[in-house]
Design a protein around this ligand. Structure first.
Ligand code: SF4
Length: 277
C-alpha cells in the first residue's frame, strides 16, 4: 500500500481556472480531472494582481540594455508594478511543490517569452516572464513547468512524479535513515533523470537534498534520454515496457515491487486525455 502527501500546486489562473487573459481567451487546464482529488490547487494572475484588469491591452517586453515592459501605445514602463504584483503573489503562495506557468507570457512564460530588442540583430531573444523569473529566483522548493510540457503523457507523468515525491520528501522527519530510505526508493527515478550520484552526495545535507531533488525535475527529460540513462546504469527495462512509455512500469523493479509508485495509481487509470505523443 502506498500513501501520498497531497502536493500543493499553483497554476497560472488563465489555464482553466479563470478568464483573465488580456483578450479574455478561455484556455483548458493541462491537468486531467483525475489528478484533482489528490492535490491542493491554487491559482494566480500576476497581471491582474498588478492592477491591469481584464480585458487589457497586450504587454510588450523590450531589452535595450535594460528591461522595460509597456502597454503600447503607452510608453510607461510597467516593470515596477508587475514586480510588485509578482512579489505579493509569492508572499501568499505558500509552500508550493509545483507551479504550472502559461508559456510565452510576459509575466508567466518560463524562458520562452519573446523580447523585442534593438540589440543582437538577426537573433530572437527569449526570457522568462516577470513572475516566473522571480519565482525561480525565490527560495521556494518547487518544480516549475509550462502547460506545453504537460501536454504529453510522458511530460505529465514525470512532472507528477517529481511533485508527489517532493511533497513526500518535505513531509519527512529530518534523519539520515529516513532520507536514505527515501533516496533508495527513488533510485530508478533519479537514475533516469541522471541525478542519482549528485543526490547521493547530498544525503547528509537535508535542505540542499530537497533543493536539488526539486531541481532535478526542472529540465524536460525526454523518455529516450531517461531510458538511455537507466541503461548506462545497467538497469534493465524490457523492450515492451520501454514501448509502453508508462513511467510506473519503467520504475517497477523486482527488488522493490511495491516501493516506487511515483504518483497515485488512480490518476492514469481512467483518463484517456493526454495520450502519449
Ligand atoms: S499568463 Fe499569467 S498574467 Fe497572463 S493571464 Fe495567465 S495568469 Fe495572468
Amino acid at each position: 500500500m502506498n500513501f501520498f502527501s497531497s502536493p500543493l500546486i499553483a497554476t497560472s489562473a488563465c489555464l482553466g481556472q479563470r478568464i483573465c487573459r488580456y483578450n479574455q481567451e478561455e484556455l483548458d487546464s493541462p491537468l486531467p480531472e483525475t489528478v484533482l482529488p489528490y492535490i491542493q490547487l491554487r491559482s494566480f494572475c500576476p497581471e491582474e494582481q498588478a492592477g491591469l484588469g481584464t480585458p487589457r491591452k497586450p504587454l510588450q517586453t523590450r531589452w535595450d540594455g535594460e528591461l522595460s515592459i509597456t502597454q503600447p501605445p503607452s510608453h510607461k514602463n510597467l516593470l515596477p508594478i508587475l514586480e510588485q504584483g509578482a512579489n505579493e503573489i509569492l508572499e501568499t503562495l505558500g509552500p508550493v511543490d509545483g507551479v504550472i506557468l502559461k508559456s510565452k507570457s510576459p509575466s508567466c512564460g518560463l524562458g520562452d517569452h519573446r523580447v523585442a530588442s534593438s540589440e543582437g540583430l538577426g537573433q530572437t531573444l527569449f526570457r522568462s516572464g516577470v513572475f516566473a523569473e522571480l519565482l525561480c529566483r525565490s527560495s521556494k522548493v518547487m518544480i516549475p513547468v509550462t502547460e506545453k510540457r504537460l501536454q504529453t503523457k510522458w511530460g505529465l507523468q514525470l512532472w507528477l512524479a517529481g511533485v508527489f515525491q517532493l511533497a513526500q520528501l518535505k513531509g519527512l522527519a529530518q534523519g539520515l535513515q529516513t532520507f536514505e530510505r527515501f533516496h533508495q526508493q527513488q533510485t530508478r527515478l533519479l537514475q533516469g533523470m541522471g541525478k542519482l550520484e549528485v543526490l547521493s552526495d547530498l544525503l547528509g545535507d537535508f535542505e540542499e537534498y530537497r533543493n536539488q531533488f526539486a531541481r532535478a525535475f526542472w529540465d524536460d527529460v525526454e523518455s529516450s534520454t531517461f531510458l538511455k540513462n537507466l541503461k548506462s546504469q545497467k538497469t534493465c527495462v524490457s523492450p515492451e515496457t520501454q514501448r509502453s512509455g508508462d513511467l510506473r512500469q519503467i520504475l517497477w523493479s523486482p527488488e522493490q515491487p511495491g516501493a516506487n509508485y511515483p504518483y497515485p495509481l488512480g490518476i492514469f487509470e481512467t483518463t484517456s486525455a493526454n495520450s502519449n505523443s
